[in-house]
Design a protein around this ligand. Structure first.
Ligand code: UD1
Length: 422
């Protein structure tokens, strides 16, 4: 297994290009299952999770071709010859459940294994299933698989999500595009990835209103056509790289960055004393003088502070002035990076869903273990600011969500290298 070695090396300077969003691409790709015509996605990120979704779609009979080094994905589902999403693929990635709604909506039947993914709490899929049931799906859970049928096709319905779920909103939104009549999704997720999906589906001929608000209304159509759609910028990759100069000083421009994608996060950076400015090409982040101040963070659905940036901001708080309280409200058990940061000298106390971080003068490099995708990058960020060498082991999680991380950070002056394992 590969490791990454980071050595604290002082301030950073330069530009980092931000890729297309992993989480948007993972929901845009299954949208191909809704149509017999081709769907082309541009600005796709080159990540192992995208390969996993490619393998899953191909196993169902879809064609997926990579062009321009993987930045363009040409998808076609003119004939689906398999409606079973197998456990061996699905267990690798929770987003695999997103093939359920589209397959069921198009062909009236689908069998999908219950998913795996990052080990951050229980993460059930009950809301995906309940939303589809509200559209008339008949579901049966047997042998670790969801067996779904909609003999006369899905029918429009009203469904209010009891809690906000990004994935369940996406599954329901895709399914509703081909359901007969009108579907209203209440308490829907408002994340930029949902807006991106709705825009793509509209390009394919879907009738959708209200994406980006908590009520989405979908008027079902008989069929969807083909489309070409650019994947929205990855706000989590953006926030992660914005933290690099915040942690070790200097000035970095994140190319393609937009404040509307990371508003609550920018507010926290500024409160901590880090400067964020909008430029023609993106967002420029600089920390030139003095210590960063501690800030308190509560993770919430968009437009709140994203859970996917909680581990990374914790790395910043480890050397901030004062004490900060980080409250994780989206996932249970999402502080697995805390003990690893403590191995580097951080002072952190975790009680349930709350972590209290007391800033220390400096962190010290240490061997640490990446436990999930965002945890692994938080350890790299911490390593950038630590004295000496930090070895981050088990970086396969990192490759699920960050493309060319060594190159992107190396180009702005970080001392970082990958050691290939067997
Ligand atoms: C997506 C993102 C993930 C991000 C998360 C929250 C993708 C591929 N992944 O995950 O990176 O951390 O949004 O922003 O886009 N829940 C249920 N039942 C369900 C579904 C969810 O109880 O059927 C719960 C979850 O356990 C969690 C909360 O709802 O506590 C939010 O999860 P959700 O928004 O669904 O996350 P994902 O779509 O899995």
């Amino acid at each position: 297994m590969d490791s990454i070695i980071v050595t604290g090396n002082g301030p950073l300077s330069g530009q980092i290009p931000i890729a297309g969003a992993k989480n948007a691409c993972l929901t845009l790709m299954p949208a191909t299952l809704l149509s017999e015509e081709p769907l082309t996605l541009t600005n796709a990120p080159r990540l192992s999770d995208i390969k996993t979704m490619t393998t899953l779609l191909q196993s169902l009979g879809a064609e997926v071709a990579q062009m321009q080094g993987g930045q363009v994905l040409a998808l076609s589902s003119h004939a689906l010859d398999n409606h079973v999403a197998d456990y061996d693929i699905v267990r690798k990635m929770r987003a695999s459940i997103l093939v359920l709604g589209p397959m069921l909506a198009r062909d009236g039947h689908a069998v999908v294994s219950l998913p795996g993914g990052c080990a951050i709490g229980a993460r059930p899929v009950d809301l995906h299933l309940r939303a589809l049931e509200a559209m008339g799906a008949e579901l049966d859970l047997r042998d670790g698989y969801v067996h779904a049928r909609a003999p006369g096709g899905l029918k429009g319905g009203i469904f209010e999500f009891p809690i906000v779920s990004v994935g369940a909103t996406e599954n329901a939104l895709m399914a509703a595009t081909l359901a007969k009549g009108t579907t209203v999704l209440k308490n829907a997720a408002r994340e930029p990835e949902i807006v991106d999906l709705a825009q793509c589906l509209r390009r394919m001929g879907a009738q959708i209103e209200g994406e980006g608000t908590s009520t989405i209304t979908i008027q079902g159509v008989d069929r969807l056509g083909g489309a070409t759609h650019p994947v929205v910028v990855d706000r989590i990759e953006l926030g992660t790289y914005m933290l690099a100069p915040a942690i070790c000083g200097g000035e970095v421009e994140c190319l393609g960055g937009r404040r509307d994608l990371v508003g609550a996060f920018c507010d926290k950076l500024e409160e901590a004393g880090v400067s964020v400015t909008e430029t023609e090409k993106g967002l420029k982040v600089s920390r030139k003088n003095g210590l960063v101040r501690s800030v308190d963070v509560v993770t919430e659905p968009f437009p709140g502070f994203p859970t996917d940036l909680q581990a990374q901001i914790m790395a910043l708080m480890c050397t901030a002035e004062g004490t900060s309280v980080l409250e994780e409200r989206i996932f249970e058990n999402r502080f697995m990076h805390a003990p690893e940061l403590m191995r580097m000298g951080a002072k952190i106390e975790v009680h349930g869903g709350t972590a209290t971080v007391t800033g220390v003068d400096h962190l010290k490099g240490a061997p640490v273990m990446a436990t999930d995708l965002r945890a692994s990058v938080s350890l790299i960020l911490a390593g950038l600011a630590a004295a000496g060498e930090t070895i981050v082991n088990r970086v396969y999680h990192l490759d699920r969500g960050y493309e060319r991380v060594e190159e992107k950070l190396g180009n702005v002056g970080a001392k970082i290298e990958r050691i290939s394992g067997q």
